[in-house]
Design a protein around this ligand. Structure first.
Ligand SMILES: Cc1cc2nc3c(=O)[nH]c(=O)nc-3n(C[C@H](O)[C@H](O)[C@H](O)COP(=O)(O)OP(=O)(O)OC[C@H]3O[C@@H](n4cnc5c(N)ncnc54)[C@H](O)[C@@H]3O)c2cc1C
Ligand code: SF4
Length: 343
């Protein structure tokens, strides 16, 4: 049996209290649903002395629409956003009527995380901050010790790249991949104030700590711009067991279509390959003005050329790469056959 180390559990009731505690204690770590952190603590990947529980903070809950000035709104008018609290659970996000109506790719992604029990407990904020994953890292202390540990935790060498330079553990968060394709932004709150940045800029290519979040900062809210009536979107995921597993490959696609099928813009994000999600480049030249159905193969090949999985996950990287165009095609075909978003 894997046991937890001793720690103190704190239950702040306000965001200000939580960030003040994190600021004052270097060995404090936030916990939301605990579905990632608890197994990692049992594996001794993290041994914080203090856990700061986020679920009791009312400010981190709720889903609402805000206008361009941040005031509560009804979704009409330009610049409106769907604002989701970091403690919103994956189940809540997957079944919320506004998410289903305006940003169904997020509902698809959140609804495919793990299994129902974990989605009831796990949160969007925890998903954004999910630790990177690797065959040589998500193991017990005993297992990792036998191998001599690795660069990400307690060792000096990466067993994937066989150098001591960089960790390439995989970004594996489903909802985050969809949020990038949707152009979402994140509010980061600390004792020093709030900063807002695109979810895409939240991630960096460093498997040891793959976000720009400082350890004393909290993800407070996620802001997704409401798409126009021409929007089509899809989220696709490859995993070993559809009932529970992390992604081996994840793909989020969002298009803005004119006259039913002519592309104004197309965004494609691929993840679970390297340490940060990859936005496929070159689509701004390839897609606008074309019928979506006529560029499916070109977009699939563009993604294939840019994706190079590593041996950071147990499944063969060449097979995962071969699946990239297959699932890009599925995403685009689903978008072509999908009805327009409800106004
Ligand atoms: C069997 C199993 C299968 C899983 N499958 C998937 C999967 O298919 N796809 C997937 O994406 N995930 C999967 N997960 C991982 C996890 O359940 C989800 O990513 C979930 O969304 C994590 O949210 P949480 O609230 O439980 O995070 P926690 O475990 O509470 O926290 C995760 C990390 O985020 C930090 N954190 C949490 N909230 C905040 C915040 N608001 N601000 C700053 N830092 C914060 C914590 O300190 C911790 O480092 C799986 C987990 C298990 C055990
Ligand atoms: S990619 Fe390398 S350094 Fe990172 S967790 Fe895996 S083995 Fe360790």
């Amino acid at each position: 049996m894997l046991r937890l180390h001793e720690y103190t559990y704190h239950r702040p009731s306000t965001l200000a209290e939580a960030v003040a505690f994190l600021h004052a204690h270097e060995d404090a770590v936030p916990i939301a649903g605990g579905t990632d952190l608890m197994p990692n603590m049992k594996h001794r990947l993290f041994t914080p002395r203090h856990l700061v529980a986020l679920k009791g903070i009312a400010d981190l809950h709720g889903i609402g629409v805000a206008d361009a000035e941040g005031r509560p709104a009804d979704g009409e008018g330009g610049g409106a956003e769907l604002v989701l609290g970091a403690a919103v659970t994956l189940s809540e996000a997957a079944r919320d009527p506004r998410v289903l109506r305006w940003i169904p790719a997020l509902a698809q992604a959140a609804g495919q995380v793990a299994g129902p029990q974990i989605r009831n407990q796990g949160t969007l904020g925890g998903n954004l901050c999910l630790d990177t994953r690797c065959t040589y890292y998500n193991q017990s202390e005993f297992w990792r010790n036998a191998l001599g540990y690795c660069l990400k935790k307690d060792g000096t060498v990466c067993h994937v790249t066989r150098t001591g330079k960089k960790c390439v553990a995989a970004h594996s968060a489903d909802a985050a991949t969809a949020l990038i394709a949707l152009g979402a932004r994140v509010d980061l709150v600390s004792a020093e104030g709030t900063r807002r940045l695109p979810v895409e800029a939240f991630y960096i290519a460093d498997g040891q700590w793959n976000t720009v979040r400082r350890r004393d900062e909290l993800v407070a809210r996620i802001r997704v711009p409401l798409p126009g009536p021409g929007a089509r979107m899809s989220y696709q995921k490859v995993r070993q067991r559809n009932s529970i597993d992390f992604p081996l490959l994840s793909i989020a696609a969002v298009a803005d279509l004119d006259a039913g099928d002519v592309v104004r813009s197309l965004t494609l994000v691929v993840s679970a390959l390297g340490s940060r999600p990859r936005t496929v480049t070159g689509l701004d030249k390839l897609a606008p003005g074309q019928r979506l159905a006529e560029i499916v193969e070109a977009v699939a090949q563009q993604a294939y050329k840019q994706c190079h999985p590593l041996e950071n996950i147990i499944v063969d990287p060449e097979w995962r790469r071969a699946m990239v165009p297959v699932y890009v095609r599925r995403a685009l075909l689903q978008m072509i056959s999908a009805p327009a978003l409800a106004a």
